[in-house]
Structure formats: structure tokens, C-alpha cells
Design a protein around this ligand. Structure first.
Ligand code: GLA
Length: 727
């Protein structure tokens, strides 16, 4: 609910459990007055202190009042160079070369429903949303800034976006434009980020904020394996179930900056948005720029609640899923089994072993096109390699479908190998500055997706492939970071637009693909989880979580990912042992339990499994299908921290609390294992639950307060699943 106090120019955004408030003060400065647990209607600017702090300047309107400084006031969208020395949101450079921005309130609009952002991913929905737009203006440059707020009460979600409009008569360069600024009038907060590298993404890191700026960012052109555009600020004591925490997520897939600054007043400012590194956007008179959306969830009761609110909002208001309301297929992918070395017979062999186990979708990964026999050739040539697949897809796909499976394939549209027809014909279509050697990544170069003719060329080839057979699934991959970011199509003074234009180009093709092939399920991928962000989830309902398929490493990767993103978004497969990335051997049971904390599928040649393993697989597939709704759409509870605790455990609970699935994976075996109980969460304390169809009934209160006795492992990495049903 958005409440306006017109007289005092106070704007309060209430969700079920939180309140967010801002106020345009007597000078027109838009103050941020509060964000936290829901409070009674009240002008919270009374919390603000006006005290003269040395070296904090006063704007001209303040006159003799030295207690009024932009440097100490909590701001809704911070300015630049005019008296606030903390992190700036926005910076304008008009023709005189000044680099300033000073914003004052100029009006507002209130609307039912949710705003949208043309060309950019954004949360969507109907009447359950409300929108507030606050207009600010820099009266010298005549540039206006529209702050968008979307309020989804039931999920405690507040989205924000920013549009900058050049309303003056001269060209203005926009040198930075954050999506979100959040000023806290308190300093005692922890900063949590999700960091890692290729094959070990989204490890949780937590530390108290100390004076100065702490930040994570990407300058790689993608959101990256290394840092995720999702961060948390929280009480020092916050944990899964207690304490105040604030999640901030950017709905964007390119360079980002998430920075938290602890200030001289021991307050904190959080900034999130496109990274100002290599960013400069020219606005001619009348033109506008829209910054990507950010989404906030505040939870007064720990991380678990925050995550569940994000999960629900993402599932219901961000992901556009061709299978919405239906079950997505269990898949088998040939990559880890064959890499580039396959032909039609080998693929059909793999599919033939999977079909009797009720696996439903066969995915042909990299290597099916052009001269793609290694990672050094063929990218860019999107036509079937008939040496490997005689008769092309027209021959292969019906053979797979005859086995009762649907068919999907891998593409990597943004890339090209030098050894390809595309590159030989269009060497100027890549990112790369003239007369300078360029860097290769995985032996490949990046196509300039900011250029329409490049996108059109690539997409028309892909569209032809997708239209040539019955294809139900596409894995959209992207296997290197951007370097040599220079475009032959942009003038020298607009090269600072290229990183963002590249991302817009990717979104443009994904949107076209969704429009042209509405029934195809697209899985995002970027060497695993290098572009695992909310921006991609708007186009690709699931994303391959990591190239690391080792079940034990995956416990940590999926744990970190779960803080923001739902199970239904996390691509997870059972692969062969010894695992290709770690050499570790883990039982088929445990590999299945871990993959079921994601979209679930297999990535191996099942011809090389024992009859017992195949029986296990058949049971896993049947179990997954039976409990699909609970696993993919249930409320998700983390029951342990796999970085610290001896067992990893998590739980999905149906919204009515009548059903739950608990998954437990133990670590390496030790002698003299202590007896452990696992306290479950989210159950009905008054209901009696039958566990795995057993004899005894267990009261919900007992399971939650006293716990369930964890089975004592008799070897490394054992697992158990408990299916609970209330009677
Ligand atoms: C990336 C993906 C893998 C696989 C290969 C194919 O690394 O993450 O799953 O598709 O590319 O080249």
C-alpha cells in the first residue's frame, strides 16, 4: 500500500511486514527517512538530526543554517559534487564539462499495477502491484530523474528503477546512474556478498562494515562467476530465523557495482547499479536513459524469510516460464559424457539408455554445428555438421522422439571462433580496438551484439535451426568475459555505451526468441553460473548453476545461490563418478538428492551404469515427478550451513504446511560420530506427520523443537530424504 501525505510530502510504501518512507523536505531534497519492519503511519523525518559537522558544506537554500548539509542527510537518490561526499548515484556532464548533479523534488505520480521497462527485464504483474514515480530535477542542466517504485505487498518486495531525461537544449553525458541508493541511519551492519570463481560460484562471505567503502563488482561484461549482483545488509546477530536483514538484487546481466559505505556519522549507504567503470551515455536533448531495475526485500526475521519472499516473487513475477503451472521435463545432457566427440549413433545410444528410466528430454550440447570438433573452431556457424549428424536434425530429432523423449540443443550466439565462416566473412563484427591485438577467451572472440546487423545475422541462422525440427529446449551459453570492448559501429565519444548496449543486444535477441518460440524452455548458462542473475531469469526460467557437478561442492554453490534464487531456477544434474571436476566419488543416491535441490536431470552416459544404479535412477525420477510441486514450488528452508556444519540439510514445505521434504547429506566419514538431531522448520506444530510412510506419527512441534535424529553415517557423503505428510 502506498500512502501519500500530500501536505508534508511524505511517501510511505507499506508491504505486509515492512515500511519504506521518503520525504521531500522544505528545500525539495528527497530524504530517505526509514526502511524496516512495518510501523504506524507517521512522518519519520523526526529521526533526522541537523547538526553542523565540520567540512560538510551547506547548499545555498540553507542560508545561515550550518546544520543542513547534503553530506549528512539521508538521501533517497544521492547527488554528485554539490556537497554530499558519499557515494553518488548520478553524474551529469553537460557541454561545459562540469561533472555535477543536484536534484530537487518536482512532483510525483501514483498508479495501480506495475511499471515496465522497455528493452530491460523487470518484475511484472497486475493489480496486486502499485507504482509510485517521484520526479526530481536538476534545474541547471534541465535534466530530470524519475524514480520508479513498484510495491508488491504480499512478497515484501519493493522494486526500483530510474529514468534520466535530458529536458534541456544541450547534450549531457551521463557518467553514472545507479538503480538504488539506500541510506541507513545506523552503522552496525554486516555486509554479505556471494563470491567465487568459475566452477565455485556464490560462496557466502560476511563481514561487519568498517569505515569507508566496501564493494563487489563486475567489469567482465556479465554479472560474473566472481561476484553476484545480490547482496545483503543485516544486523550483526542476524541468522536464518532472527534479525533484521535487507536483500538488494539487481535485475541485470552486465557490469554492476554493489557498494556499501560506512560514513563519518557511522551511518551506511548502499548503492547498486550499472558499474560506472567504462560507462558514459550521451543524452541528446529530449533523450532518456533507463537504468535497470533493483529489487529490495527487508525481513524482520532472518535470511530464511527474505529468501522465501524473493523465491516467490521471482517465480511468480519475474520468470516467464512456458511450463508455468506444469512440470518441466527431467532431462539428460550429453556434455560430460562426450564433450565434442559424438555422432548421431552415440547420441541415440545415450538417449536409448535414458528413455526407459522415464527421462523425458534429450539435450544435445556443444559440438553439433559447423566445424565444431574442439573449442577452437566452428562458433558462429549455426548449421548442423552433417558429418556428425547425417541428415541433420530432420533425421536425428524424430529418432529421439520415437524413444518418447523431446529434444533440445545448445547454442552460444554471442561468440565466434576465428576458424569459422562467420569470422572469415565478417572479421570486423567482433569487439576489438583497431590496431591492437585482442585477447582470446576459451579460444574465442566476442561478437559485437550492440550492432543490430550482427544480432540479426546470428539470430536468423539460429531461428532457422530452431524452426527446422521439433525443439523443446535451448541452452543459451556464453563462455568468456568481455575484453577489448570497442565497437566499430560507435563513434569515439560513445564507446562508453558499449558494455550496456551489448547487454541490451542480448536481451533483444532473447526476447525475440521467446516471441518466436514461446513453447521452448530456455536454460541460461555462462560457463556454468557466470551469468546467474535476475536479469537472465526474465528470459531463461532456469540457469545452469555451475560447471562443477560434484555433488559435495554443489552443496555450497546451491546453498549460496538459494539466498536469492529459487530452486526452480537452479540447473542441477547428476553426473558420472569419479567427478570430472574434483575426482570425487559420491553414491548415485547422494548425487540424486543434491540435483533435486535444483531443476534435476542427468549429464552422463547411462549405458555405463550398473543395473542397481539404473534402478536408483528410475526411483529418483519417479520420486522427483511425484513431488515436483513440493520440490520446485514449496517454501524453502535452509536447515544447516554447509560451510560450517557437519551435515548439509534443507527442506521444502508445501504452502499449507501439510507436506514437507527434508534432504540431508553428510560430510566425509569419521569414527565416533556424535548423535545429532535436526530441527525442522515451517511445519504445523499441531499436526501429526508420518515420515516416509512409517508406523509412527510425529507431532510438528516435536520435529521443530526437539528435532529428527539424523541417521549415523556409515561412510562418506551419505544422504537421506524424509517425506513428511500430515494426517
Ligand atoms: C560451458 C557450459 C557447459 C557446456 C560447455 C560446452 O562450459 O557451462 O555445460 O555446455 O560450455 O562447450
Amino acid at each position: 500500500m502506498i500512502v501519500l501525505d500530500q501536505k508534508n510530502r511524505v511517501f510511505s510504501l507499506h508491504t505486509q511486514n515492512t515500511t519504506y518512507q521518503m520525504k521531500a523536505d522544505h528545500n525539495g531534497v528527497l530524504l530517505h527517512t526509514y526502511y524496516g519492519p512495518r510501523v504506524a503511519p507517521c512522518d519519520l523525518s523526526r529521526l533526522i538530526r541537523y547538526v553542523d559537522r565540520g567540512f560538510s558544506p551547506n547548499p545555498s537554500e540553507a542560508g545561515e543554517d550550518r546544520g543542513y548539509s547534503l553530506d549528512t542527510l539521508p538521501q533517497e537518490y544521492s547527488t554528485c559534487g554539490v556537497g554530499d561526499f558519499r557515494l553518488p548515484c548520478v553524474e551529469f556532464e553537460p557541454e561545459d564539462g562540469s561533472r555535477l548533479a543536484d536534484l530537487r523534488y518536482a512532483g510525483h505520480e501514483l498508479k495501480k499495477g506495475k511499471y515496465s521497462l522497455p528493452g530491460l527485464p523487470a518484475f511484472f504483474g497486475g493489480e496486486e502491484w502499485e507504482t509510485l514515480i517521484v520526479h526530481l530535477v536538476d534545474s541547471t542542466c534541465k535534466v530530470s530523474v524519475k524514480l520508479y517504485y513498484g510495491v508488491l505487498e504480499s512478497c515484501d518486495l519493493i522494486t526500483r528503477a530510474v529514468q534520466v531525461v535530458n529536458g534541456g537544449g544541450q547534450r549531457v553525458r551521463l557518467r553514472r546512474c545507479a538503480s538504488l541508493c539506500l541510506d541507513f541511519q545506523r552503522g552496525d551492519l554486516d555486509f554479505i556478498t556471494f563470491d567465487g570463481c568459475h566452477a565455485l560460484e556464490r560462496n557466502l562471505n560476511r563481514s561487519a562494515l568498517r569505515p569507508g567503502v566496501q564493494s563487489v563488482e563486475s567489469v567482465r561484461g556479465t554479472s560474473s562467476h566472481h561476484h553476484n549482483p545480490f547482496v545483503i545488509l543485516c544486523d550483526h546477530s542476524a541468522n536464518e530465523d532472527y534479525g533484521l536483514c535487507y536483500g538488494a538484487m539487481l535485475v541485470y546481466s552486465g557490469n554492476f557495482l554493489a557498494a556499501a559505505e560506512r560514513t563519518q556519522l557511522e551511518n551506511n549507504r548502499l548503492l547498486l547499479g550499472i558499474n560506472p567503470y567504462h560507462f558514459c551515455w550521451t543524452l541528446e536533448p529530449g533523450q532518456s536513459f533507463t537504468a535497470p531495475e533493483a529489487a529490495l526485500v527487508c525481513s524482520p526475521s532472518g535470511f530464511g524469510r527474505m529468501s522465501r519472499q524473493y523465491h516467490r516473487a521471482i517465480r511468480e513475477h519475474l520468470i516467464r516460464d512456458p511450463y508455468a503451472g506444469r512440470r518441466r521435463p527431467v532431462l539428460i545432457n550429453n556434455w560430460e559424457a562426450t564433450e565434442f566427440h559424438f555422432d548421431a549413433e552415440r547420441l541415440v545410444d545415450i538417449a536409448r539408455a535414458a528413455a526407459p528410466l522415464d527421462i523425458e528430454l534429450f539435450v544435445m550440447d556443444d559440438g553439433w554445428f559447423g566445424s565444431r570438433d574442439t573449442d577452437r573452431s566452428g562458433l558462429g556457424d549455426w548449421s548442423v555438421n552433417e558429418k556428425k549428424l547425417p541428415g541433420g536434425l530432420a533425421s536425428l530429432v524424430p529418432r529421439i522422439r520415437e524413444l518418447g523423449m523431446s529434444f533440445g540443443l545448445w547454442i552460444e550466439p554471442e561468440m565466434v571462433n576465428e576458424d569459422s565462416t562467420l569470422y572469415r566473412e565478417h572479421p570486423d563484427w567482433i569487439l576489438g580496438a583497431p590496431n591492437r591485438p585482442f585477447a582470446r577467451g576459451r579460444g574465442q572472440l566476442v561478437l559485437d551484439f550492440s550492432r543490430r546487423e550482427v544480432r540479426d545475422h546470428v539470430y536468423s541462422a539460429i531461428r532457422q535451426v530452431l524452426g527446422s525440427a521439433e525443439i523443446s529446449y535451448v541452452k543459451w551459453d556464453m563462455n568468456r568475459s568481455l575484453t577489448d570492448v570497442w565497437s566499430a559501429a560507435l563513434p569515439a565519444d560513445r564507446q562508453g555505451e558499449l558494455f550496456h548496449r551489448f547487454v541490451l543486444g542480448v536481451y533483444d535477441i532473447l526476447e525475440q526468441m521467446r516471441r518466436d518460440f514461446p513453447n521452448i524452455l530456455i536454460e541460461g548458462c555462462c560457463g556454468g553460473g557466470g551469468r546467474f542473475d535476475a536479469g537472465m531469469l526474465y528470459y531463461t526460467p532456469q540457469i545452469w548453476c555451475s560447471d562443477n557437478t560434484d555433488a559435495i561442492d554443489r552443496l555450497r554453490i546451491q546453498y549460496g545461490t538459494s539466498f536469492c534464487y529459487p530452486v526452480s531456477a537452479m540447473g542441477a544434474h547428476v553426473s558420472a563418478v569419479p567427478n570430472a571436476q574434483t575426482g570425487r566419488c559420491v553414491s548415485m543416491e547422494t548425487r540424486g538428492v543434491v540435483a533435486m535441490a535444483g531443476t534435476f536431470g542427468y549429464e552422463m552416459d547411462l549405458n555405463h551404469t550398473t543395473p542397481e544404479e539404473r534402478e536408483t535412477i528410475r526411483r529418483q525420477v519417479a520420486f522427483f515427478k511425484e513431488h515436483y510441486g513440493l520440490i520446485q514450488r514449496g517454501d524453502y528452508y535452509r536447515l544447516s550451513d554447509p560451510f560450517r556444519d557437519p551435515v548439509a540439510a534443507w527442506e521444502q514445505v508445501s504452502p499449507d504446511g501439510r507436506e514437507a521434504l527434508v534432504s540431508i547429506v553428510s560430510g566425509p566419514a569419521h569414527a565416533a560420530v556424535p548423535f545429532r538431531s535436526l530441527r525442522l522448520k515451517g511445519l504445523d506444530p499441531d499436526a501429526d506427520y508420518r515420515v516416509n510412510g512409517g508406523e509412527e506419527l510425529w507431532p510438528g512441534s516435536v520435529l521443530m523443537e526437539a528435532g529428527w535424529p539424523v541417521p549415523i553415517p556409515t561412510g562418506d557423503y551419505q544422504s537421506a530424504q524424509l517425506y513428511l505428510k500430515a494426517e
